[in-house]
Design a protein around this ligand. Sequence first.
Ligand SMILES: Cc1cc2nc3c(=O)[nH]c(=O)nc-3n(C[C@H](O)[C@H](O)[C@H](O)COP(=O)(O)OP(=O)(O)OC[C@H]3O[C@@H](n4cnc5c(N)ncnc54)[C@H](O)[C@@H]3O)c2cc1C
Length: 368
Amino acid sequence: MQTDYLVIGAGVVGLSIARRLGMAGAEVVLIDSNPSFGMETSSRNSEVIHAGLYYPEASYKARFCVKGARQLYDYCAARGIKTWRCGKLIVAHNDAETATLNTLMQQGRANGVDDLSLLDAAAVKKLEPELHAQAAIHSPASGVMDSHAFMAALEADAENHNALTAYQSRFVRAEKKPHGFDAWLNSQGEDMVLKVRGIINAAGHGAHNVSHAIDAVNAATIPPHYHAKGQYFSCARKVPFQHLIYPIPSDGGLGIHLTRGHSGDVRFGPDIKWVATPSYDTNPDDAEKFYQSIAKYWHDIKPTDLVPAWAGLRPKIYPDGSVFQDFTIHDARQHGCEGLIALYGIDSPGLTSSLAIADEVFMRIGKK
Ligand SMILES: Cc1cc2nc3c(=O)[nH]c(=O)nc-3n(C[C@H](O)[C@H](O)[C@H](O)COP(=O)(O)OP(=O)(O)OC[C@H]3O[C@@H](n4cnc5c(N)ncnc54)[C@H](O)[C@@H]3O)c2cc1C
């Protein structure tokens, strides 16, 4: 069997890429080892459409988040997918945090987020009477979305444009050949070889293993892989806020925030824990830590209001949160293997940025 491109990983990023390539007329095979799309990081996140203010100017995260958020709102509107532009407040409780808000404001503006405003305590109270803060950034364009419906629409677009999706299909290894690659797959228990012109490695937590299994990749260029777990707790009673409420970001995460599903259900999280053994377990004992963090901005919350919900795992290429981690996208200039694009460390805001990341991959392929 042969095709133009093999896309490995049907998370939101692989789906976006398969759609982009398929709509440009390429033949695509999109595989995932799970029985359906988006069963890993893409279904274990906050579903927030970020505006793009957290990331250094000109980084991929800044560029793709700002562009991707616009693309996402437009795409979801065109396809009848639920979004809720409820707005976000990032809150500060002391002078040092207020100074950080100022830095974030400048960064956001430099990134092209031009609708931000800095609110004092009285203005915060006007917007959210039960919210306690010395100051806050208001980001009106931030919102939430139905990420499952989004991924289903991407899959449908891809399949309607020359893409074949194969689930329970695992990438095993690939060898460089004059036509591109021979790729060994295990599809529903059967071994097979696919002849392809190019490979897109969008395998999330498996991306480093996939690249190590391609013979022509310079292994020294493959980043290490770490897991930063993020737990969520749901709230057993009605929450008096309309906006998403975020603390100041810290340690490689955005802080324990209040977010909501597109249907209004509220969750708190994610926290950040650097784990050696990945698992999606949640620890009920962490309710106290969540309570302490949330009580700073919502004084009425009780520890017993918090119910352990679920967890996600951020793919990281650094072992702790001390270094800014950008999206890492390698082509032959980095790894020396013509025809391969490899994506590593696609953590937040990867959902928001997915359509823009797909444009970047398409642009890099087009240059070949
Ligand atoms: C706790 C948390 C909160 C987040 N919140 C937000 C948010 O609010 N907004 C936002 O924009 N972003 C958020 N993100 C980031 C976002 O969820 C990710 O950036 C995005 O889902 C990454 O998608 P992906 O397709 O790269 O990876 P994944 O969804 O992990 O997909 C990779 C796929 O590759 C498959 N795979 C791996 N190895 C193989 C193999 N050998 N063969 C075949 N298939 C393979 C896996 O089965 C998997 O389905 C959050 C992330 C986390 C962890």
